[in-house]
Design a protein. Structure first.
Length: 287
């Protein structure tokens, strides 16, 4: 059987007892290592789990899944996922491959905490979130803005938008590849400040008032850990904040932000006076 096991958000101890028992007895243990990261390295997991762990990068999961699934019809294989297993479509695809295998490979999923639910720590109600979007690193020649349309749809309903920020792990250096060499770039993790700056850049082009300087937002870092950090403010203010180490996410607040949400979030404000002023002028009373 293939066990797809959620690890939670922070460290080696966030795995469930049931998941830990399975990982310790499995024939092989893989760690998916590109859609998200824990705040500890593989060695911490191996020490705590008492098992050697195979890192599964994007190429292995998407192009060499047969290697992961080998003998899974007769032996237990553990596939560890940071957060919750089905927060990323990659893992849905892996489960589908098991169904389509001949004979089908039985699977079992063990859920865990995800940023999709942990973001409730900001005080924003999960009932008031719309579509989740992703923000990728802009380049000089590539600045995709499809996220803006999804945020605009959420905004039209007064809903909050969770923005998941880009990470680059084991990304090939394209210039080196053109010269016939396989070289990987150093890992990069988008920050709240970078995300907010890119939002302002696109807003300056679109000018629809979706994520302008005075829009309220909340930046989060390392949710679920002892060092978690939450900062609220305008998008302009968040473009200047430093939340430290990864992983970061950002929430753009919807205009129907309830008074109870405001009371909770304002405690995290960079400038509480400015935050309150914008909320009362643009958000309060729109329930």
């Amino acid at each position: 059987m293939l066990y797809i096991i959620g690890l939670g958000l922070a460290d080696e101890k966030d795995i469930s007892v049931k998941g830990l028992e399975i990982a310790r007895r499995a024939e092989r243990v893989y760690l998916e290592a590109y859609t998200a990261i824990l705040l500890v390295d593989k060695e911490h997991l191996e020490s705590y789990y008492g098992r050697s762990i195979i890192l599964a990068d994007r190429e292995m999961v998407e192009s060499s899944s047969d290697e992961i699934l080998a003998d899974a019809d007769t032996k237990d294989i553990a596939f560890l996922v940071v957060g919750d297993p089905f927060s990323a479509t990659t893992h849905t695809d892996l489960a589908l491959r098991c169904r389509q295998n001949d004979p089908p490979i039985p699977t079992r999923t063990l859920p865990n905490a995800s940023i999709l639910t942990a973001v409730g720590a900001t005080g924003l109600s999960l009932y008031n979130f719309g579509q989740t979007v992703s923000m990728v690193f802009f380049t000089d020649s590539w600045k995709p803005a499809s996220f803006y349309d999804r945020i605009a749809e959420n905004a039209s309903l007064g809903l909050h938008t969770l923005v998941l920020l880009d990470i680059k792990v084991k990304e090939p250096d394209l210039q080196a590849m053109a010269r016939g060499r396989i070289v990987y770039e150093a890992p990069r993790f988008m920050t709240v400040a970078q995300c907010a700056s890119q939002m302002l850049e696109v807003e300056d082009e679109r000018k629809q008032g979706v994520c302008g300087k005075e829009a309220l937002a909340v930046g989060v870092a390392r949710l679920g850990s002892e060092g978690e950090k939450i900062v609220a403010g305008t998008v302009e203010e968040l473009a200047e904040v430093d939340l430290g180490k990864p992983l970061h996410s950002l929430v753009l607040c919807g205009r129907k932000m309830h008074e109870m949400e405001w009371e909770f979030v304002r405690e995290f404000a960079v400038d509480r006076g400015r935050f309150d002023g914008v909320w009362k002028r643009e958000y309060g009373g729109r329930m």
